[in-house]
Ligand binder design. Structure first.
Ligand code: KIV
Ligand code: ZN
Length: 511
C-alpha cells in the first residue's frame, strides 16, 4: 500500500496574491467547486482577517464545499485566528492555517522579535486555533532560509501544542531540490514527536524550482504539497498543482505515495482559473498549455501514430483534453443548458437568473454554432459581472476602420444612472474604443496589460480579453469575452474600471 499524498490547493489564497488576481466570493466558490470535483484534499479559501470581502468569501466557500477540507489562513495573532474560526464555522471539515516567520532576517527585520518570542507566539496561536478545530496547520514562514536547529525547536513545540500539519515553506523560492529535500528528511528524523504530524511543503517559483523542490521533499517524507492551479501565486508563483500531481502519477516507479485526485478535471480547473483571474496559460506550459500534447515535427508525428508511447508519457485524456468537446448548440434546450451549467458548478439562484443566462446562451449560439465548456464558463463570468450594481456599463459601441484612415470609435456608457457618449481615434479599433471609454469615465488608470486569447479554435471563436489596470498602487484585472474582440476588449476594460471603483482595502498576510 502506498501512502496518500495530501494535495492542498492555495489558488484562492496565495494564487490570489498575484497582482490583479483578486477574486470575488462567487468566483472563489466556482473555483472551489471545481477543485472539490477534482477531489483536492484541502482548499485554502483565503485570509479571513484581510478584509470583510475575504471573510465573506471564505465563509461562502466553507458553506458550499462538502467534499474537501476548507482552510483559512491567519497570522499568529488572536484576532486573525478568531476571524478564521468564525469564517469556517459552516464548513463540514475545517482547518486553520497559522504562520509566523522563522528565518533570522524575518524575525529580526520584519517581526522585530527574538526567537524565544516567536516560539511563544507560535505555540499560543496553535493552542488558540485548536479551540475552533482539531485540524490545525502551522507554517514556519521563510523556512527555506531558517536555521535547521531552530526549525526543530519550534516545530516540536507546535506539535506538542496541537498542530497536526507542519508546513515548511520556501517563501522566497531560494531552495534547490537536493538541499530542500534533505532538510525535510532531517526535520522528520530529528524532531522527536514528528510522527504525530504530517509534514508539508509550500514552494515558490522564483528560480523555477518550485515543483522540483516539492517533489524532492516528497521523496524525503513530506506527505502534503501546497500548490496552485497553473502555478499562480505571489511573484513567480507557487508549485503548479497539475505538474506535481501528474509527476507523481506518471512516475509511480519513483514515489512511494499517490494522490486521490481525479486528474481528468485538471484542464477544466486550469481554464476556469485562467478565465476568472485573467492570467493566460502559456502555450508551452506543461500539462495544460495548448501545445502540451501537440506534436509538430514529422518524426514525432510519425512515431506517435505508430505507437503513442514513442513520444507521449501521459495520455492527453487523463488530464481532461478530450473533455473539451462540443456540448451544446443552437438547438439545445433550457434543461440541457441548465444541467451542463450545474455540472460546471454554477447554480442558478432564481428562474429569472436562468432565463437571463439562457437568453445570453441563445444569442451566443446564433453567432457561433458550437458551444464548448469554455464558452459556458465565459458566459458565467459575464452573468456574474454584468450586474445592476455596476457603476460603468457598456450600452453601445460602434467602430470604423478603413484602409488609409484613422480608426475611430463611438461608445455609449452608463455611468451610475446616466448615459454618456464619447468618441475617439486610435492606432486601431481597440485603442480607439478604450480611449472613447476613457473620455467618458475619466478614471485615468494606467494600462499595464492587454491580452487576447481565443477561447477555442476557429475564426468564430470567442475572444477572451484581459485588461490589467493600475491606479494609485492598486492593480486589477478586467475580463471580457465576445465573438467580436473589440466588444470583448471594451467589456474587459469596463470590468477593470468597475473593480477599481470598488474601494475595498485588503491586508496582505505577510505584511
Ligand atoms: O509563502 C509562504 O510562506 C506562505 C505562507 C503564508 C504559508 O504563503
Ligand atoms: Zn506562499
Amino acid at each position: 500500500m502506498k501512502d496518500k499524498l495530501i494535495i492542498f490547493d492555495t489558488t484562492l489564497r496565495d494564487g490570489e496574491q498575484s497582482p490583479g488576481a483578486s477574486m470575488t466570493a462567487d468566483e472563489k466558490v466556482r473555483i472551489a467547486r471545481a477543485l472539490e470535483r477534482m477531489k483536492v484534499d484541502v482548499i485554502e479559501a483565503g485570509f479571513p482577517a484581510a478584509s470583510e470581502g475575504d471573510f465573506l468569501a471564505v465563509q461562502s466557500v466553507a458553506e458550499a464545499v462538502k467534499g474537501s477540507t476548507v482552510c483559512g489562513l491567519s497570522r499568529a495573532l488572536d484576532r486573525d485566528i478568531d476571524r478564521a474560526g468564525e469564517a469556517l464555522k459552516l464548513a463540514e471539515r475545517s482547518r486553520i492555517h497559522t504562520f509566523i516567520a522563522t528565518s533570522p532576517i524575518h524575525m529580526e527585520m520584519k517581526l522585530r522579535m527574538s526567537p524565544d518570542q516567536v516560539v511563544e507566539y507560535a505555540v499560543r496561536a496553535v493552542k488558540r486555533a485548536r479551540q475552533f478545530t482539531d485540524d490545525v496547520e502551522f507554517s514556519a514562514e521563510d523556512a527555506g532560509r531558517s536555521d535547521e536547529d531552530f526549525l526543530c525547536r519550534i516545530l516540536e513545540a507546535v506539535i506538542d501544542a496541537g498542530a497536526t500539519t507542519l508546513n515548511i515553506p520556501d517563501t522566497v523560492g531560494y531552495s534547490i531540490p537536493a538541499q530542500f529535500g534533505s532538510t525535510i528528511g532531517n526535520l522528520i528524523q530529528r524532531i522527536p514527536n514528528s510522527d504525530k504530524a504530517i509534514f508539508s511543503v509550500h514552494c515558490h517559483n522564483d528560480l523555477g524550482l518550485a515543483v522540483a523542490n516539492s517533489l524532492s521533499a516528497v521523496m524525503q517524507g513530506a506527505r502534503q504539497v501546497e500548490c496552485t492551479i497553473n502555478g499562480l501565486g505571489e511573484r513567480a508563483g507557487n508549485a503548479s498543482l497539475e505538474e506535481v500531481v501528474m509527476a507523481i502519477k506518471t512516475r509511480q516507479d519513483a514515489f512511494s505515495c499517490t494522490t486521490g485526485l481525479d486528474t481528468r478535471e485538471i484542464l477544466t480547473c486550469s481554464k476556469l482559473v485562467s478565465s476568472i483571474t485573467g492570467f493566460p496559460v502559456q502555450p508551452n506550459k506543461a500539462i495544460v498549455g495548448a501545445n502540451a500534447f501537440a506534436h509538430e515535427s514529422g518524426i514525432h508525428q510519425d512515431g506517435v501514430l505508430k505507437n503513442r508511447e514513442t513520444y507521449e508519457i501521459m495520455r492527453a485524456e487523463d488530464v481532461g483534453w478530450s473533455a473539451n468537446r462540443m456540448v451544446l448548440g443552437k438547438h439545445s434546450g433550457r434543461s440541457a443548458f441548465k444541467s451542463r451549467m450545474t455540472e460546471l458548478g454554477f447554480e442558478f439562484n432564481s428562474e429569472s437568473e436562468l432565463n437571463d443566462a439562457f437568453f445570453r446562451f441563445k444569442q451566443l449560439a446564433d453567432k457561433k454554432h458550437e458551444i464548448f465548456d469554455e464558452d459556458l464558463q465565459a458566459l458565467i463570468t459575464e452573468v456574474n459581472t454584468d450586474t445592476e450594481e455596476e457603476h460603468f456599463k457598456l450600452i453601445a459601441l460602434k467602430v470604423c476602420s478603413e484602409t488609409g484612415e484613422k480608426p475611430e470609435a463611438v461608445v455609449t456608457v452608463k455611468v451610475g444612472t446616466q448615459e454618456f457618449t464619447g468618441t475617439a481615434e486610435g492606432s486601431g479599433v481597440v485603442d480607439a474604443s478604450l480611449k472613447a471609454i476613457e473620455s467618458v469615465t475619466k478614471v485615468a488608470a494606467n494600462l499595464e496589460l492587454y491580452s487576447v486569447n481565443n477561447i477555442n479554435s476557429g475564426t468564430d471563436a470567442q475572444g477572451d480579453v484581459t485588461v490589467r489596470l493600475e491606479k494609485a498602487g492598486r492593480v486589477v484585472n478586467g475580463l471580457g469575452a465576445d465573438t467580436d474582440i473589440v466588444i470583448a476588449s471594451a467589456k474587459a476594460y469596463l470590468n477593470a474600471l468597475n473593480k477599481l471603483e470598488d474601494k475595498g482595502v485588503k491586508k496582505h498576510p505577510q505584511v
